[in-house]
Design a protein around this ligand. Structure first.
Ligand SMILES: [Zn+2]
Length: 143
């Protein structure tokens, strides 16, 4: 059975894996920075290495690509080939996401998940619903 996603598209998706500085992430970072919110980038010793960390607000933002994190949206499609491989891989990712969120919350962090499709919806322009949601959340969190 032919893969439902062509090779170029697959390789674009592959390049998105655990991607830092992906387009959705950069767009969100720029928007938050422009509003004066300062963050630390992932790599901190926190579960799941959250993309953006706001230490003084005890808040982390996870930016999730819809394919790699199995989002229930139009951008997610199960690959047509190597089905078992992808099932294990992507369901493993989803289970890990849930575990990471639980661990972060247990450590006292507020966790905001932002999906690639939410940022894409506005073609990476403002206003954007997801950006507004994150800004609201941060603004309501005391420093
Ligand atoms: Zn999505």
């Amino acid at each position: 059975m032919a893969d439902v996603v062509d090779v170029a598209a697959r390789s674009r998706m592959m390049s998105g894996i655990k991607g830092k500085n992906t387009k959705p992430e950069l767009f969100l970072r720029k928007a938050l920075h422009a509003r004066g919110f300062r963050y630390v980038l992932g790599g901190a010793k926190l579960p799941g290495k959250p993309d953006l960390i706001f230490p003084s607000r005890q808040t982390v933002v996870l930016v999730h690509g819809c394919f790699w994190h199995c989002h229930d949206c139009k951008y997610f499609k199960w690959p047509g080939s190597n089905q078992q491989f992808w099932k294990d891989k992507l369901e493993g990712n989803r289970a890990r996401d849930q575990r990471v969120i639980r661990e972060l919350k247990k450590l006292g962090w507020r966790v905001i998940t932002v999906w690639e499709c939410e940022l894409k919806a506005s073609s990476y322009t403002l206003p954007n619903k997801a950006v507004t949601r994150v800004l609201k959340h941060l603004a309501s969190t005391p420093i």
